[in-house]
Ligand binder design. Structure first.
Ligand code: ATR
Length: 263
C-alpha cells in the first residue's frame, strides 16, 4: 500500500519491512534514524514498547496507550497512533456516518485494538458504548478509565453469551468485532443466527483472505452494511502517510496496492 502511494506522489523513497526482537524497539529506532528513515509503522507486539521509545508522544497516542507510527523529523522521533483516527475515517467511508452519532458495541474491548476503538469512540462522544469481552474482569478497569475521559457517554458491559449480546442489539447501531474470532473458518460465531437487522452497521476488524468471516456473512444475510479489517488497514495507513509527508494520502493508489497484495 505504501510503495504504490510513494510512486503515485513521485516521492523517491521505499517502504521496507524490518523485523525487530521484543525489547529492542528503542535500539531499532535509533538505527533507523541514523540510516535516514523518514518514518516507521509499528505493529504487534511492539506498539506499547514504542510508546516509551520515541522522543515526543502525540497526546492521542498517549491516551490510546500505543504508538503505531513514527515520524522522524530533524533526527527527532515523534510517535503517533493512527488506529483510532483510522477507525473513525473508515466508519465514515464505509457507512457515511460519524462515530459521535452512533451507539457502539465493541466485542473484544479488552484487547489492544478494542481498547483503541473504545477510547477513540469516547473521545468523539459516541452516543452509547457497550463493552463485551471474554475475560469479563478486564471490563471494569476499562469502564473506569473511559468514564474519566467523558462522563457524557453512557457505558454498559456485556458478556459474550449470545443471549446477552442479543439483548443489547436493539439499542446498538455499530457492532465492532475487535477479537480475533473469525480468522479461522471453524471459529464459533460471535452472534446468534438471525440477531442482526438491516439497520445495523457491522465492522469486523478481522480480515480473512480466504473469504468473508461468519460475522460478515451474517451481515450480508441481514442486508446490513459491513466493513472488514482491510478498511482499517487502508485508513490507518493513509493517516501514517500524512504524518510522514504532510500531504493528502493517495487513497486510491493505496487501495489498489492493498488489493494486489492480498489477491
Ligand atoms: P489485540 O491487541 O490485537 O487486540 P489481544 O490483546 O490479544 O489482541 O486481544 C484480543 C481480544 O480478542 C481480547 O479481547 C480477547 O479476549 P480476552 O481479553 O478474554 O483474552 C479476544 N479474544 C481472543 N480470542 C477469543 C476467543 N476465542 N473468543 C472470544 N474472545 C477472544
Amino acid at each position: 500500500m505504501h510503495n504504490p502511494a510513494l510512486q503515485a506522489c513521485g516521492i523517491e523513497a521505499q517502504y521496507v519491512r524490518v523485523q525487530v526482537p521484543v525489547g529492542q524497539v528503542k535500539q531499532a529506532f535509533g538505527l533507523l534514524v541514523k540510516q535516514g528513515f523518514l518514518g516507521v509503522n509499528i505493529t504487534i507486539p511492539h506498539k506499547f514498547e514504542a510508546l516509551d521509545a520515541v522522543d515526543v508522544v502525540d497526546p492521542l497516542a498517549r491516551q490510546l496507550g500505543a504508538v503505531n507510527t513514527l515520524a522522524i523529523r530533524d533526527g527527532k522521533m515523534f510517535g503517533y497512533n493512527t488506529d483510532g483516527p483510522g477507525f473513525l475515517r473508515s466508519v465514515k467511508e464505509a457507512f457515511g456516518r460519524e462515530v459521535k452519532d452512533l451507539r457502539v458495541l465493541i466485542i473484544g474491548a479488552g484487547g489492544g485494538a478494542g481498547r483503541a476503538v473504545a477510547v477513540q469512540s469516547v473521545l468523539v462522544g459516541c452516543k452509547r458504548l457497550v463493552l463485551a469481552n471474554r475475560t469479563e474482569s478486564k471490563l471494569a478497569p476499562l469502564v473506569a478509565e473511559l468514564s474519566a475521559i467523558s462522563s457524557a457517554v453512557s457505558f454498559q458491559t456485556c458478556t459474550l453469551d449470545h443471549t446477552d449480546i442479543a439483548q443489547h442489539l436493539p439499542e446498538i447501531d455499530l457492532i465492532v468485532n475487535a477479537t480475533s474470532v473469525g480468522m479461522k473458518v471453524e471459529d464459533t460465531p460471535l452472534l446468534a443466527t438471525g440477531g442482526l437487522q438491516s439497520r445495523h452497521l457491522v465492522y469486523d476488524m478481522v480480515y480473512r483472505a480466504s473469504g468473508p468471516t461468519d460475522l460478515i456473512q451474517q451481515a450480508e444475510q441481514a442486508g446490513a452494511r459491513h466493513a472488514d479489517g482491510m478498511c482499517l488497514l487502508l485508513h490507518q495507513g493513509a493517516i501514517s502517510f500524512e504524518h510522514w509527508f504532510d500531504i493528502p494520502a493517495p487513497l486510491e493508489a493505496m487501495r489498489e496496492g492493498l488489493k494486489t497484495a492480498v489477491s
